[in-house]
Write a protein that binds this ligand. Sequence first.
Ligand code: ASP
Length: 328
Amino acid sequence: MKRRKFINQSILASLGVFSSCNAAESSEHQNKASTPAEKIIRPLVISTWEHGLQANDRAWEILSKGGKAIDAVEQGVRIVEDDPEITSVGIGGFPDRDGNVTLDACIMDEKGNCGSVSFLQHIKNPISVARKVMDETPHVMLSGEGALQFALANGFKKENLLTANAKKEWEAWKKEAKYKPIINIENHDTIGLLAIDKKGDISGACTTSGLAFKLHGRVGDSPVIGAGLFVDNEIGGATATGMGEAVLKTLGSFLVVELMRQGLSPQEACKEAVMRVVRKQKYKDFQIGFIALNKKGASGAFCIHPGFNFALKSENRKLMIDAESYVS
Ligand code: ASP
């Protein structure tokens, strides 16, 4: 499983960065970062799972040169969409139960503009289609065939997104055809990425192929503004990963941002949003995780089960951080 691959600590150490830290170090980092007296940290980028490392690097190229957060978040997650080895985003994503790769994505900028596509097929970079919806239409969300037509009309190329590996996994799954998502196993894993730029503007992007072997037509939280992603430039941003149905039922990312508005740190807000799911929904045998950042560049995360981590990049830091979890 890709995200669990051991990161070559010595290489990262020789570059003067840390490869990972545990939940305790992470919360120490969070607490320090959210102390009001602490200096404001920006630019800064955080993103879900280990594939976040490469996404953050790309976003950083833009942020470090004074570029805009909205460009950094789009370009950052595209790297993951483009990677055919990643089986949960873009090309190479696992298909639905009928063998169709269907993609969901959304993007939100510092002005509260947003764009989204859901149930989009044959287009490798749904995040850029979502950006076009945001920039060039009066709408927020396009879906299915209409989203595809819009993408083709705007110069996106129609491609086969079902790689040989994803097809093989689907064929193996079909032998039993049991729909049973497994906690922390690579049958989902959205990339959600949040950035604050030098100016202090915050944007976010979220893109996924959704749950592997889902029902045809299923759309999760990831393209739904407020569920998979939410940004309020006065406060901060949040994004989600894991069982989309659970996140949808609580509009999780919106909730995290609203909790930060009430004074919670990013870490506390993510925890409270996870606890809302745990308390309100009778079952908890699935994974969800949130990451968040606020206007000062403090960040945090929380999840239900151990195993969720996120990547952080700022001027002097390149980290993989294990999120604290409800279940120990
Ligand atoms: N949230 C995504 C979905 O439900 C999947 C994931 O992030 O694991 O489609």
